[in-house]
Design a protein around this ligand. Structure first.
Ligand SMILES: [Mg+2]
Length: 262
């Protein structure tokens, strides 16, 4: 059952010896906007992240579908924040104000596959006014947000997903986006890895999209899953928007600061 009351879950998380706070970016810390380059976190979220980063018992992570370098530049999280980009294909950390990433090289076969997928999706985008393709280091992303005809957009999205699978890609569908990656991806695997490397005994993860929902389904108490916005979810807690996420994170920081376990 999803609730909007966070007092109980926060009390549970505040007692952790080490808490991993993992957050999606777009739609979770930053309002969704038409131009992905214009996305910015809301001020209450920025302030709450800075406060959480000062706590010794907290490990912060941003887990996004964006390329990690974009994520670092737009989100500007505190130093030391773990960065998971491209739905888990890229891993790194915030250092000196930018992303320092573990190197990942694509095999020639995967590079070729990415070129074929990008070309096929670009041809398909020509069939819908407003559809466009974004190139990422390990994926091509088919966007339909600018399309006025939602019915035609949904049909193109279905075709893009089918095309991606036919060409051997890993397909992730989000809100008005179809991402076709050439590396295995997924936020639940990324969260499990983060948790091991942070040696965390509690985890909170917040996300807004269908790709986050796959991870939210794997989270249960004493951990906490948070769904941002409307739509069906397996998460225990629901928050309305990035401003509410900012308030929640501030309340979490206050509870940890006040907790005797320090
Ligand atoms: Mg999102």
């Amino acid at each position: 059952m999803t609730s909007s009351d966070w007092a109980g879950p926060i009390a549970r998380l505040a007692g952790a010896d080490r808490l991993l706070v993992a957050l999606d970016f777009d739609g979770t810390l930053a309002p969704l906007v038409e131009d992905p380059a214009a996305s910015r976190p809301v001020p209450p979220a920025v302030q709450a992240l800075a406060r959480l980063a000062r706590l010794e018992r907290v490990r912060l992570a941003l887990v996004s579908g964006r390329p990690a370098e974009d994520l670092a530049r737009l989100a500007r999280p505190p130093e030391g924040t773990a960065l998971i980009g491209s739905h888990g294909a890229e891993r790194g950390r915030m250092a000196g104000g930018s992303a320092v990433l573990e190197p990942v090289a694509l095999s020639p076969a995967r590079e070729q596959r990415l070129r074929s997928i990008t070309a096929a999706l670009t041809r398909l985008a020509g069939a819908g006014a407003g559809a466009w393709v974004e190139s990422k280091p390990f994926a091509a992303v088919f966007h339909t947000r600018p399309m006025a005809d939602r019915l035609a957009a949904a049909q193109l999205e279905a075709e893009a997903a089918e095309l991606g699978r036919e060409l051997g890609g890993h397909v992730l569908r989000g809100k008005m986006v179809v991402e076709v990656a050439v590396l295995p991806v997924g936020k639940s695997a990324a969260l499990a890895r983060l948790r091991r490397s942070a040696d965390a005994d509690r985890l909170v993860f917040a996300g807004d999209d269908t790709t986050d929902e796959l991870a939210l389904r794997t989270i249960s108490p004493p951990d906490l899953g948070v769904k941002v916005g409307a739509g069906p979810t397996a998460a225990e807690l629901r928050l309305a928007d990035p401003w509410a996420v900012g308030s929640f994170l501030a309340a979490l920081a206050a509870a940890i600061e006040a907790h005797p376990n320090r």
